[in-house]
Design a protein around this ligand. Structure first.
Ligand SMILES: [Zn+2]
Ligand SMILES: [Zn+2]
Length: 330
């Protein structure tokens, strides 16, 4: 099993550019890329460097429905052979994708280059940027955005198409160049549990999780030639997830602070206990699974310091665990 850790941006870039052995860590500052501003990109195909790169993961959003100045809604990007596969696309995730495209020099994260999005479930916090992703500069999008998700995805997608129809007519009937008429449309596929996508040596499998009232809700297991990644989506403790996460290199799991939960109303405590995983429950789960690295995201703290969830997980688990921030890369 590969040992994974969070990679700070400068080190990440050093590794990407010159490999582990040949670069001195003191070169970091010189290796930083500038964050470009307002650049139109028209990518035709992945570069050789993208095709040769290892599987990379960039966290585009770590938040929840609670407004947060530092955290976009949940979204995790897996970059494999020059394509970016997004798992959920919460509010702010697309802007973070643009940021990450330059921060890590990943052209596949430029919004119009993003090929694919997989939704775990249809709670708004996980998909508020679905339309943002579909419509950001759609008139320059060469490939159609594809989306996978639970039943209800087609209804949402059709509604987005209706919302954008006036913009489509306006831009396509005047003097503005439009690469492909109607490219604001999304190719949506409603899924059931099982393998939902395969390309070359990438395989994406959806599995059911237990998210209280909302059924179905899925987690995803992503297997590539060099990594196995499991993403919980929103779930209470799930035996299926435990099976699917066995042997994973990296497990992204939602979390709610045990002590934070006590600070909310009885009604919300009951709701969250049916729908989400407390930090101590997650610690016990991790002790059984022992993933290469566990990354906490979609954390609910209810006003307590965020690090509380690490302390609570550690009451039950002594393995590697980190709390993700937006734009972390692994
Ligand atoms: Zn959520
Ligand atoms: Zn949810």
């Amino acid at each position: 099993m590969r040992k994974l850790r969070r990679i700070p941006p400068p080190v990440f870039l050093v590794l990407a550019v010159c490999g582990v052995a040949s670069c001195a860590m003191s070169d970091h500052d010189e290796m930083l890329l500038p964050i470009e501003s307002g650049v139109v990109e028209m990518r035709t195909e992945p570069t050789r460097a993208e095709l040769d790169a290892e599987t990379q993961i960039v966290v585009l959003g770590t938040g929840t429905p609670i407004p947060d100045a530092y955290r976009a809604g949940p979204s995790i990007a897996v970059i494999h052979k020059g394509e970016a596969y997004l798992f959920d696309v919460g509010a702010g995730a697309v802007r973070n994708a643009t940021h990450a495209r330059y921060k890590y020099d990943m052209p596949s994260l430029y919004p119009t280059a993003i090929c694919c999005v997989f939704l775990t479930h249809l709670h708004s916090d996980h998909m508020l940027d679905y339309s943002e992703l579909a419509y950001t500069m759609w008139w320059r999008r060469s490939t159609m955005l594809r989306a996978w998700g639970p039943a209800g995805l087609q209804e949402i997608t059709d509604s987005m198409h209706a919302m954008m129809a006036p913009d489509g007519r306006i831009r396509s009937s005047g003097t503005q160049p439009v690469l492909i008429d109607g490219r604001y449309r999304v190719d949506a596929t409603e899924i059931k549990a099982g393998v939902v996508f395969e390309k070359n040596d990438l395989r994406i499998e959806a599995f059911p999780v237990d998210h209280g009232d909302i059924k179905p809700a899925f987690g995803y297991r992503i297997t590539t030639d060099d990594r196995t990644i499991v993403i919980s989506g929103d779930t209470a403790i799930s035996a299926t997830l435990e099976d699917m996460a066995a042997g994973a290199d990296i497990l992204f799991h939602e979390v709610i602070s045990d002590s934070g939960l006590m600070r909310t109303s009885e009604a919300f405590q009951a709701y969250h206990q049916r729908s989400h995983t407390t930090a101590t429950e997650l610690g016990k789960l991790a002790s059984r699974i022992r993933p290469g690295l566990m990354v906490l995201y979609h954390g609910l703290y209810y006003g307590l310091p965020e690090s509380i969830v690490i302390d609570e997980v550690r009451q039950e688990y002594d393995g590697p665990v980190v709390l993700a921030n937006d734009l972390d890369a692994f």
